[in-house]
Design a protein around this ligand. Structure first.
Ligand code: ASP
Length: 419
């Protein structure tokens, strides 16, 4: 009896990151067994639906979280000058790290390609996919400004939701006392959403277990075989970027050791890895950033922005995939073309929505700029989820690292001003 009680307390005390890790390991084991036993449909029919329910729950709070969290962040900063100061630092951090990500992706892609490690594959027949609708900078810019606020919410167009939050938050600040009711409403509604988020986050081990079991069971060994080296190339690039750029930035600017940084960001990383959606991971990222010591007002602003425009994993994937697909159609990219890849992959990653599979659709933009037939995407279509798991994990790590750095810079600025 006493033993049982102790066991139950231990279970209760298992922290969320540990629960998530356990769920991940169990999921891999169950998925592997189902794959080997030739019953992957078991995971599709009985496990994935629970993962889908969980991801749906997260998706359904994404719009209110981004909207309210950004307005709350702007209001707590008190004046638009501070919003501007945090805003430009955030965007500068995101742009610089994305450009570095592209370079890492290109260098590794070229090394693998030069060594002849990329397979030359034929197009897979009979697969259809959505093409990117917007392929240039001006289109992306125009599409950021909504003509109908409700449509932005219902379609979960996150760039538009961010613009709406900036306008509404800024206007509430400008309206001063008269906006008191609106300000109180935002802070009250945000408290409710926060409660809801923490409830949903508690369910995350179930989401992680069911999703990873399904991925392992259905994406078995055969599909991995031919594209294993392309995947390996992308994952090495993801790891280099996470270790050398993000943890270095967190160390240099926020004074966190790499171990502390990755330990603190772990829950969000695993969650992103299994859910393949930066937007859906937002609530977990917020918890992690808070635990790592980021200012809440900065996190409220930087994380939703990052989950929408900061996609370094996506940029790396697009660079590696471009080199691979170019080599599949017998093209060798020149240095000038590689510069174009950096620019277009940076823009494409900014335009990529923080949802599953979006990066592959935006890859069309990069391929078009390179003159590579867009249909070539079908070659990697089947394993896109495996690329997506790693790239989303990196995207979210970047958002947390950016939040910590901007927090540290703002603290330093405030300390200087206080002197
Ligand atoms: N799934 C990624 C994310 O949510 C986007 C992508 O497909 O690259 O961050």
């Amino acid at each position: 009896m006493a033993n049982k009680k102790r066991e139950m307390t231990m279970k209760k005390n298992l922290s969320l990151p540990k629960q998530i890790l356990l769920a991940l390991v169990l999921g891999v084991i169950v998925g592997f067994i189902c794959d080997q036993a030739g019953i992957p449909q078991l995971t599709t029919n009985y496990l994935k639906p629970f993962g889908t329910i969980f991801v749906n729950l997260l998706k359904f709070i994404v719009v209110p979280v981004v909207l309210l969290s950004m307005i709350e962040g702007i209001l707590s900063m008190g004046d638009m000058k501070k919003v501007g100061s945090i805003g430009w630092k955030t965007v500068a951090f995101f742009l610089c790290t994305t450009a570095v990500a592209c370079v890492i992706g290109l260098v590794l892609g070229n090394i693998f390609n030069g060594a002849g490690w990329f397979p030359t594959l034929e197009l897979t027949e009979g697969v259809t996919w959505d093409k990117a609708t917007s392929a240039n900078f001006m289109d992306t810019l125009v599409s950021m400004f909504p003509s109908n606020m409700w449509e932005s919410f219902t379609k979960a167009n996150m760039l538009q939701v961010i613009v709406i939050a900036l306008f509404l938050g800024g206007s509430m600040l400008a309206a001063g006392e008269k906006a008191k009711l609106c300000k109180d409403f935002v802070s009250s509604a945000y408290s409710v959403i926060e409660q809801l988020m923490s409830f949903i986050i508690k369910l995350s081990p179930i989401g992680v277990f069911t999703m990873i079991a399904w991925v392992v069971a259905t994406q078995g060994a055969e599909i991995l075989g031919s594209l294993a080296l392309v995947l390996l190339c992308a994952y090495i690039a993801y790891a280099i970027h996470a270790i050398f750029v993000y943890s270095f930035a967190a160390r240099a600017f926020a004074g966190l050791s790499p171990v502390k940084f990755f330990k603190g960001a772990f829950s969000a990383m695993i969650f992103a890895f299994t859910s393949t959606s930066s937007a859906a991971t937002l609530p977990v990222s917020k918890e992690c950033a808070h635990e790592l010591g980021a200012d809440d007002e900065v996190a409220s602003f930087v994380l939703p922005l990052g989950a929408t425009i900061n996609m370094d994993g996506t940029a790396i994937y697009q660079c590696v995939a471009t080199i691979f697909l170019a080599s599949c159609c017998g093209m060798q990219l020149t240095l000038g073309q590689m510069v174009t890849v950096v620019v277009t992959a940076t823009l494409a990653s900014i335009g990529t929505a923080g949802v599953s599979g979006a990066g592959m659709i935006m890859l069309a933009m990069v391929l078009t700029a390179m003159g590579i037939p867009v249909d070539m995407i079908m070659i990697i279509y089947g394993v896109d989820r495996l690329f997506d798991m790693g790239r989303t994990c990196l995207n979210v790590t970047g958002d947390i690292s950016g939040t910590l750095c901007v927090s540290a810079w703002e603290r330093k600025k405030a300390a200087k001003a206080g002197k």
